[in-house]
Each structure stands twice: as structure tokens, then as C-alpha cells.
Design a protein around this ligand. Sequence first.
Ligand code: SF4
Ligand code: SF4
Length: 474
Amino acid sequence: MSTDNNEEFRDSIGTLTEDGKREWVYPKKPSGALYDYRKWVSYFLLTFLFISPFIKINGNQFLLFNILERKFNIFGFPFWPQDFYLFVISMIIGIIFIAFFTVAFGRVFCGWICPQTIFMEMVFRRIEYAIEGDRGKQMRLSRMPWKKEKIIKKGTKWTIFAFISFLIANVFLAYLISSDELFKYVQEGPLENLGTFIPLLIFTAVFYFVFAWFREQVCIIACPYGRLQGVLLDKKTIVVAYDHKRGEAENGRKKFRKNEDREALGHGDCIDCNQCVHVCPTGIDIRNGTQLECVNCTACIDACDEIMDRVDYPRGLIRFASEENIEEKKPFVFNTRMKAYSVVLTVLVGILIGMLFIRTSVEAKLLRLPGQTYETQKNGNISNVYTYKLINKTTHDIDKVEFKLLSHEDGQLKLVKGANFSVPKQGLSEGTLFIEIPSNLIDSELNDVEIGVYSDGELIDKAKANFMGPRLFK
Ligand code: SF4
Ligand code: SF4
């Protein structure tokens, strides 16, 4: 780990030794106000993640991403491939949201919301502290030979890690194939469902590898969002930052000595205790400035505030601030840029929520049969033939379905298979229908028609199509 105070820049990541080997990070157990807030955020998010596939709304799983069968439920609303446009719009909104959010507030998402950090820091790392102890004890244990104590502690830890990884893989499976299917597979046993059980074990192994060994390397070298930081952050971005003006002053940082007039000696408020370095889960020294490894977890803020309290200096030597705040010695303010970005972010989320709610749960499509032209009936009516598709996205059957021609009162609509049919839940019905309109109501070659779809006499959707008529010579 690079803790050299004279380090001015690095051309390699902070967890690599000079000879290119991995420097294992043993972060000190964090404590403090921000860590307590993070715990509450993580309890909420973990609960949400673990219970979402097991909650049902109107019979629909709350969150479901069944890619293989193309079934998706978001907040209990079923989505069909026909709703793909919503997915594309959500993706676009998501990308804009991430970019705006990061430009304004830095990598706060990584430290506080990202599942990787939450599982690593709030689940696996806490188990590690409970079994192996804090930083010093962990380092000692690692140096110990493989004798009873080390075998028991490491063995217990790895067994618990494997069990939790298996649990996480099961929850992810419930998101993918539905919790009902998962329970069915559990009852039937793994041997009956080897095609699912083997991928489940592979995912368990991946989670185990990530949380037991790969750890902070995910955020540093694997995560594309982390790699984007370099282009998204600027001088105005709020990040976890060390106030070097205050910490270094004219003559730099220096160990604390009681009754010493540091101000007169020109030393800054940093007492070079290295607590901010020891607590960092990505193994960096935030005093070297904003670095790509920093996930904004705020552990160093808590650690430094505790030291500042002990030496009776004001808190906030490490704090949320922009480079500009620190250079110009300005306090953190919720500036116009942040307000503007927050408004845009709120509007984007509002649009997405609005679109989710106005989306219909029944979708009717009407298409004139390709290659067919109009027909003139014996009674003089003009007739066109159509195919229709009625998609039922709800979790109940739609019964007694009939179609009515809304656009032309004197016209007629005839369903080939007859009216009063049913569309099964989460299913569709297709068929052919004829629309006949008196020729005196047709005033051009191409006319608009609109049909209403009724279930048990109640209008549930409308669909439009064009209606071909004879060419009129005026
Ligand atoms: S530098 Fe501070 S905020 Fe950044 S990862 Fe390390 S402890 Fe967390
Ligand atoms: S915890 Fe604060 S005082 Fe200690 S080394 Fe870090 S910045 Fe300096």
C-alpha cells in the first residue's frame, strides 16, 4: 500500500507493489457518524434486494428480469417485449442520470449504494472483523503459520463466505427465473434440475471469488463506471477531499506534540497519524488528492474527524468538498449547478415514473392484411380485412372480449372467430376481422378507422388503422 508522504504521483494503482504484486489491503474497522448512516442505508438496500423477488403485487413478482422467457416485472408492473421502448428510454435516462449525478456529486453512488461496496464493506468485511479481529490482528493472522488458530479462523470465515455467496446466487436466480420457480426447484432437489443448479454453483463461485479475494479490485480495475470518473469529474465536483491548504499549511504536516505552537511553526492541521490511510478499503492515501481508487466511502472522513476531536482541532480536514472549495477556501454550498442538475435529475425520474404509470396493461394492434385491397359488397358497402393482436399484460384472464367500430357509426365490424372470446392472463389473442363501411361515407382512397376493445361491456383499449376505398375522380 502506498503510504509514502512524498508520493506526488503514481503511474500504477495503489494496491500494486513495486514488483507488480497485489498488495493486500487490511482496512481498519471504520466507525463514526457517516459509517453509522452508511449502515442504515445498507440495511435498507439489503432488505430491498433480498425481499423484492419474494413480494407479489396483484400476483406479479415485484421485480423480475426473466431474460430467457422475456418476462419483466418492475415494481409489480409486468413488461412485455412490446414495452421495449420503455426499457430503451429508461436506459437513456439512466445514462444521463449517472453522468449528471457524477459530474455534480462524484462517486457517492460507489461508496453508499453500489451492491459491490455494500456486500463487501457491510456484510463480508464485518464478518471478517468479527472472526479475525481488526486490521492489526488480521495482519498478524496472515503472517502466522498454518496452525490451529489460523485454520479455524480462516476456515470458519471462508465457509460463511461460501454460504452467503450461495444465498446471494439464489436471490439473483429468483430475480431471473422467478421466486415461484426457485421454490419449485428447491422442493424438487438439485439432481432434478442440474441445468439450473450448475449455473447456480458457478455464480456462487463468482461471488465467492469477488468477495473473498478480488474485493476492491472490482472498483479499481473492473467496474466501467469507476473508469469513467476521470472524464466526468471536474474542479466543481463534490468528492471526498483532503483540505491540503489547511492540512499542510506552509511547512507541511507533522506529528502532534502537546503544547507546540504549530501555527507559529507553519505546520498544518494534519498530524500525520495515517488513520485515514489505515481505514481506506481501497488502500490509498486521500492526502495525495482525488484518485481513481477512491469510492467515496467516507471512512477516512470519520477517521480524521475522530482524530481532530482528540487533538481539539475543528473537524472537516477531510470532507465532502470540491477542488475549487478547497483552493478558494470556500465552505461547501449547494450551488446553482447542483440545484440545476438536481432539478434535471428529478424531472428525468418523474418522466420515467410517469411513463410506467401511463403504460396500458392491455394492448390492441390492428393491421390491414398486407397485399389485400378493398372489396365492394353487393349492398354497396366497402370492406377491408384486418389482422388484430390483443396482448393481455395483466395477471387475470380478460373475458367476454368484443370489438366495436368507433369511427363510423353506420359501419360494421365482423370478427371471424366471433365475439365474446377470452384472452388468457399474460397471453395474447390473434385473429382476423372485417370492417365494412357504406361507400357514401368513404371520401378518399385512404381513410382512418378506429376500433374499441371491450371486455364485459367496458372499453379497455382502442386501436387505429387505415381503411382503403376506391379512387375517387373529381
Ligand atoms: S480515500 Fe476515503 S473515501 Fe476514498 S475510498 Fe479511501 S476511505 Fe473511502
Ligand atoms: S487522519 Fe487526518 S490527521 Fe490523520 S493523517 Fe489523515 S488527514 Fe492527517
